[in-house]
Design a protein around this ligand. Structure first.
Ligand code: AMP
Length: 210
């Protein structure tokens, strides 16, 4: 049995057409089912419905053999024990530092940075030898500067509309983000046939869609 971890929402919706083109689909939609294991059209495959930030953990520890996860989540996790054979080129956005347009980024004062991407933010500012205080949040990062919880945020930005609606602007680019197929290193050997075929089919689907 091959376990494929997917998260509900944007990644699921954008991944599904690629899996369809690759000939592997869940037979139930996660929004219409409370099941966390969804059967597939193939008897030796099933889909696991996992929170986005948990996909790398499931795949790292072998709970799932493969998964689909945003590069932002993967960078924050660190990617230990994972192979990343395909850029699926979906759910594209950018990981950015954002804040008020008049923020003094060269300030010698220690800036406070609110984010759910605490590892990415720490690495970004450390690489520039800038001292920051990281404030860990789990959502609605754009709110934090408005109530002076922080000077800056680190978040994923797509159109920039959410930042704009809250009087904020993107200030620094950290990384281009898209969803990736990740594979457990051991499963790549134990399930080489099945996973190799899936990679080939998904690669072809990505090329077709691009
Ligand atoms: P936007 O207003 O289009 O810049 O979208 C920004 C909001 O949507 C942020 O609050 C993000 O958390 C979320 N978002 C945008 N793109 C993605 C993505 N590819 N993956 C996850 N969250 C995203």
């Amino acid at each position: 049995m091959l376990n494929i971890a997917l998260s509900k929402g944007r990644i699921f919706d954008e991944t599904l057409p690629l899996f369809e083109a690759a000939g592997v689909v869940p037979t139930e939609h996660p929004d219409k089912s409370r099941k966390l294991i969804l059967p597939a059209n193939l008897p030796d495959v099933q889909f696991l419905v996992v929170r986005a930030s948990d996909v790398p953990t499931y795949v790292q520890h072998g709970g799932a053999h493969v998964g689909v996860v945003g590069k932002d989540v993967l960078m924050e996790h660190g990617g230990e024990g994972l192979l990343e054979p395909i850029d699926l080129n979906i759910a594209c956005c950018k990981l950015m530092v954002a804040g008020y347009p008049d923020t003094n980024l060269d300030s010698t004062q220690r800036l406070r940075v609110a984010t759910k991407y605490s590892n990415c933010a720490r690495a970004h500012f450390a690489a520039q030898a800038r001292q920051v205080e990281i404030i860990k949040l789990y959502g609605s990062m754009e709110l934090a500067p408005l109530v002076k919880l922080c000077d800056l945020i680190v978040d994923v930005v797509d159109t920039g509309a959410t930042l704009k609606a809250n009087g904020l602007v993107p200030l620094e680019h950290i990384a281009d983000i898209s969803s990736r197929l990740v594979v457990n290193r051991v499963a790549m050997k134990t399930h080489s046939h099945q996973i190799g075929a899936l990679i080939d089919q998904l690669n072809a689907a990505v090329k077709m869609s691009g």
